[in-house]
Design a protein around this ligand. Structure first.
Ligand code: NOJ
Length: 543
């Protein structure tokens, strides 16, 4: 294997949507020229790596996850030269950049599909999955349940059905075709040669279809992904692959392979809804259980943790009963629901309660894994449930209280999406400039947490050990790495709590509160008492 610095294990990621970030040319869409002007801001957050949502040519039926050309930039976002300038400017600030690699499907507007649907004998016919009937693979679930009645759609012209896991405008590529397999390696090269630091690989469990299976995590899929990794390691160094596999931990660990032959990173999907569950129930059990059911991962690998992203808060990895409960608690209005999830942002999910926003972020930054912050959540942006699909959580970044929230100079009706302008989350109240001027703002707290986390490798590399105080409203755990130990304590209820923790093995140590910058009384041989305000949290360095 080529030299790897394992930078990704300690990195904090910032997920952003170019279209939503900053409009440099006044056409109402964010673009790379605009984004370049905001790199200082991103750097000031203390994050290490930007994850860009798809920025390729696309009819935007699935907001860019429907790619019509792999080797270019969507014209609304600029040109390849603009992208290169952005990449250079990011690297100059020590920020790495990963982009989305959409392997499973293309847009129906992609020239491959246009050719493929042209006739049954077209040279590209076999780039996609065609069938005379719509009855194959009946065990495969439908993901976009609210929109698609089937994973098969009839192509009138050629009289056959094509296969699609997502929107019918996103036909699945046929990975049984060696040409498709090779073509995707070329796509990778194009962007890696330009200098990007890796890929977030979209929808990886679904690459192959096999009769009699649900078509997820098939051995053929892993075999191809190993080829992708081998190709990466053979030609490039220090780049990463992050798997989007919305699966149970024991299935996701398969995507890490031996630690050197498949993915470097994988999202931990199941822990995410359980953070919200634990908070609403005022009981740590869901989080403790899922972490206990999370197998160890190889040394060269890392989980990615997140609270929210550009999609709905997915409830695929919970039971039917838990899902109903989550909907009832977090999405009382049916408009807040989408497919098997909740299309709301972090702040509205917790009723804009600053204490709960911070508490969840504290969990994000102290549990094992590399944290990902979704753009706008660092200032507590709201959502717009009246917009179609998941667009309500992808509205323009709120920079200031001026026209269009400082996002764009275009007339307001030209913006790709309306700025959030309600009394609670509207840009006049919630914006970067306002929070930068306020030393008690959420933005300030987020920066403080990020900087504190980065002072030590204990959060990114340390082992996890839960403490079990009698009071289940307390979620407390140790992180240990080399000779360093940090205790993270969280109070999941809206009441003050004094908790007594078993810290006998640290007797003699004086805990240091990393966030508050204060030394606490020395640990003795009786249970150690920690006071927490309602929804309070503390990071205590023990050694
Ligand atoms: C997962 C992406 O996160 C989502 O936004 C997209 O719709 C699907 N994959 C299909 O590409």
């Amino acid at each position: 294997m080529t030299e790897q610095s394992h930078w990704y294990k300690d990195a904090i990621f910032y997920e952003l949507y170019v279209r939503a970030f900053a409009d440099g040319n006044g056409d109402g869409n964010g673009d790379f020229r605009g984004l370049i002007t905001k790199l200082d801001y991103i750097q000031s957050l203390g994050v290490d790596c930007i994850w860009l949502l798809p920025m390729y040519p696309s009819p935007l039926v699935d907001d860019g996850y429907d790619i019509a050309g792999y080797f270019d930039i969507h014209r609304d976002y600029g040109t390849l030269d603009d992208f290169k300038a952005f990449l250079e400017a990011a690297h100059a600030r020590g920020l790495r950049v990963i982009t989305d690699l959409v392997l499973n499907h293309t847009s129906d507007q992609h020239p491959w599909f246009q050719a493929s649907r042209n006739s049954r004998v077209d040279a590209k016919r076999d780039y996609y999955v065609w069938s005379d009937t719509d009855e194959k693979y009946p065990e495969v679930r439908i993901i976009f349940l609210d929109t698609e009645p089937s994973n098969w759609t009839l192509d009138e012209r050629t009289g056959q059905y094509f296969w699609h896991r997502f929107y019918k405008e996103q036909p699945d590529l046929n990975y049984d075709n060696p040409e498709v397999q090779a073509a995707m390696l070329d796509v990778m090269s194009f962007w890696l040669d330009m200098g990007i630091d890796g890929f977030r690989a979209d929808a990886v469990p679904y690459l192959f279809e096999r009769e009699g299976t649900n078509g997820e995590n098939l051995p053929e899929t892993h075999a191809y992904l190993k080829r992708v990794r081998a190709y990466l390691d053979q030609h490039y160094s220090d780049r990463i692959l992050l798997a989007e596999a919305n699966q149970w931990p024991e299935e996701v660990v398969e995507y890490f392979g031996t630690g050197e032959d498949e993915f470097h990173m994988g999202f931990h999907f199941p822990v995410m809804p359980r953070l919200y569950m634990a908070l609403r129930q005022g009981d740590r059990t869901p989080v403790v259980e899922i972490m206990r059911h999370t197998p160890p991962i190889p040394d060269g690998c890392q989980w990615c943790m997140f609270l929210r992203n550009h999609d709905e808060l997915t409830l695929e990895m919970v039971t039917e009963e838990e899902r109903q409960w989550m909907w009832q608690e977090y999405a009382p209005d049916p408009r807040m629901r989408l497919n098997l999830g909740i299309r709301r942002r972090l702040a509205p999910l917790v009723d804009n309660d600053r204490r709960r926003i911070e508490l969840l972020n504290s969990l994000l930054f102290t549990l094992p894994g590399a944290p990902i912050v979704y753009y706008g959540d660092e200032i507590g942006m709201g959502d717009n449930i009246w917009l179609h699909d998941r667009n309500g959580v992808r509205t323009p970044m709120q920079w200031n209280d001026g026209p269009n929230a400082g996002f764009s100079n275009a007339p307001a009706d030209k913006l790709y999406a309306p700025i959030i302008d309600d009394p609670t989350y509207g840009y006049k109240r919630i914006n970067v400039a306002g929070q930068e001027a306020d030393a008690t703002s959420l933005l300030d707290t987020m920066r403080h947490m990020i900087h504190t986390r980065k002072e030590s490798l204990v959060f990114s590399r340390g082992v996890l050990e839960f403490l079990e105080p009698e009071d289940t409203a307390i979620l407390a755990y140790l992180r240990r790495y080399q000779d360093e130990v940090v205790l993270a304590v969280h109070n999941l209820v809206d009441e003050e709590r004094r908790t007594a923790l078993n810290l006998y093995s640290y007797a003699g140590a004086a805990p240091y509160d990393l966030l508050a910058g204060a030394t606490l009384p020395i640990i003795g041989h009786s249970p150690y008492e920690v006071d927490l305000p309602p929804y309070g949290y503390r990071w205590l360095k023990l050694a």
